[in-house]
Design a protein around this ligand. Structure first.
Ligand code: SAH
Length: 476
């Protein structure tokens, strides 16, 4: 069951903490930071709490808990070592509808205290619903390093300008755009660099200079979505996904990645299934230009890396010709992601000193490669889009000198919960693809490094964990 997350206003409200040890002291600290008036009930206090009591920062009842300690309290925390006492506090509090937390006993709690990343006034609270406080703490530690320390100051700066900005821009959309520019631009950077006064001036200028109706300037971000596992996105890709107005994506982009985009963003599917291009490349290029000229921030989301068999070059060339500004964000390419998730190092001191990425699908449908250069004993070859040409691939590589027993891995839907790895060899490749009904997207890894899979295979997707196939829900 999911708990309902809230942030309580406890300023000058009466709260009671039962227990006088170190754990109680930590909770008292949290309550005091929120401005609560705290009463501690305990026969004895640890030195930290004793100090607070001596300063009259808390009030202290030096005795065991009794029911009337709950009178007029808005919140109670039980932190005693006695289970029976904790239980009776929980029951009494529940009878009176007073929110109660019993340290380390989630079954006795009506609320839990989350792990908090504090950038006051910004607070990020993490909860596992009581399942694992340690996990919540670990997650908190990660977020600590991710949220800049100056976020709190940034929030305060924004707050001091809120009314002014509201008066200047009448619509919500205008204000959102203004604030997004501020929070991701120079003002934020100045503040993070500790130049608060300059940041304030810069914000004032931005407000003065902006036209009454800010003319939105469109931009295109050509973003690599990686091979499928959303954890393989870059921070930048995630940030841009979360601020885009429009996402233009194709079949190779895994559904869980699309789900990370801003909820209101328009999603446009442009296909790219082999031989069934929903929009021609030319039309995609023009679509990007049109959307940007309408003032939209467009994420052109591509599987893997946009510059590896992604036609990213063509797309930005059209943008460049039309004077549309853009950024390109690299992604983990299928070769790298699939090889890693199937325990096949693409290079290895003993087996391969070079690796080549080639496409097995050429413009005119044939496979015409420099076989002599490819068929190299100490080289790994990764074929993208190669399923249709496997017969030609194995025949040519064998003809140009690779042993017929050279191991081959087929990695289908690599890095996703549907990953399949099939090991075969050059002579059996075509047969294997047919017998196993291998489907795109699949990459083919050829070379002695494939032997290492047996030992180094480490990624075992949970069967049925994510049954959605790629491209199964193109129109989200
Ligand atoms: N720009 C992409 C490649 C696009 S070409 C990249 O850098 O990865 C499309 C081909 O990539 C597919 O036919 C397939 O061979 C390969 N591919 C992409 N994602 C894949 C995945 N998750 N598993 C296996 N192969 C994948």
């Amino acid at each position: 069951m999911d708990l309902f997350p809230v942030f309580l206003d406890l300023e000058n409200r009466d709260c009671v903490v039962v227990g006088g040890g170190k754990v109680a002291a930590r909770k008292v600290g949290l309550l005091r930071r929120a401005g609560a008036r705290v009463e501690v009930v305990a026969p004895e206090l640890c030195s930290e709490l004793a100090q607070l009591a001596a300063d009259s920062s808390i009030s202290h009842r030096a005795r065991a808990f009794q029911a009337d300690d709950l009178d007029n309290k808005v919140l109670v925390i039980a932190a005693t070592n006695h289970e029976a006492v904790n239980r009776s506090i929980s029951e009494l509090a529940r009878e009176r509808n007073i929110p109660v937390n019993v340290v380390d006993q989630p079954e006795l709690c009506s609320f839990i205290v989350p792990s908090v990343i504090n950038r006051s006034p910004v607070q990020v609270a993490v909860s596992t619903g009581g399942a694992s406080p340690v996990l919540a703490r670990l997650l908190r530690a990660r977020l600590e390093s991710y949220v800049p320390a100056a976020y709190g100051r940034l929030a305060m700066l924004v707050e001091s300008f809120r009314e002014k900005v509201k008066r200047r821009f009448t619509t919500l959309e205008q204000r959102r755009q203004f604030w997004e520019n501020v929070l991701q631009g120079e003002v934020a950077e100045l503040l993070f660099a500790g130049r608060e006064q300059t940041a304030r001036e810069c914000l004032e200028n931005a407000l003065q200079q902006s036209e009454d109706v800010p003319h939105p300037i469109g931009e295109v971000y050509l973003v690599g979505a990686g091979p499928g596992d959303p954890d393989l996105l870059t921070f930048r890709a995630l940030r841009l996904l979360q601020m885009a107005d429009v996402i233009v994506y194709d079949r190779l982009v895994a559904p869980p990645i699309l789900e990370l985009a801003r909820r209101e963003a328009e999603r446009i599917y442009v296909g790219k299934e082999r031989d069934k291009h929903t929009l021609s490349q030319e039309n995609i290029n023009q679509l990007l230009v049109r959307l940007a000229k309408e003032g939209k921030r467009v994420v052109r989301l591509k599987g893997g890396d946009p510059f590896i068999f992604g036609r990213g070059g063509e797309e930005i060339s059209t943008l460049m010709d039309n004077g549309v500004s853009f950024q390109v964000v690299p992604g983990i390419t299928a070769a790298s992601g699939c090889a890693t998730y199937s325990g096949i190092p693409l290079t290895h001191r003993d087996y391969a000193q070079s690796v080549v990425f080639v496409t097995g699908h050429l413009q005119d449908g044939s496979v015409d490669l420099n076989w002599k250069a490819l068929a190299h004993p100490n080289q790994t070859i990764v074929f993208y889009m190669g399923l249709h040409g496997v017969g030609v691939v194995s025949a040519q590589l064998i003809e140009h000198g690779l042993p017929a027993t050279t191991p081959v891995a087929l990695v289908q839907q690599g890095t996703t919960q549907n990953q399949r790895v099939i090991i075969t060899d050059l002579q059996a490749l075509e047969q294997t693809v047919a017998r196993e009904a291998v489907k795109p997207p699949t990459i083919i890894i050829v070379g002695q490094v494939v032997q290492l899979h047996e030992k180094l295979d480490w990624f075992h997707p949970l069967p049925g964990a994510n049954p959605r196939p790629f491209g199964g829900t193109p129109h989200l």
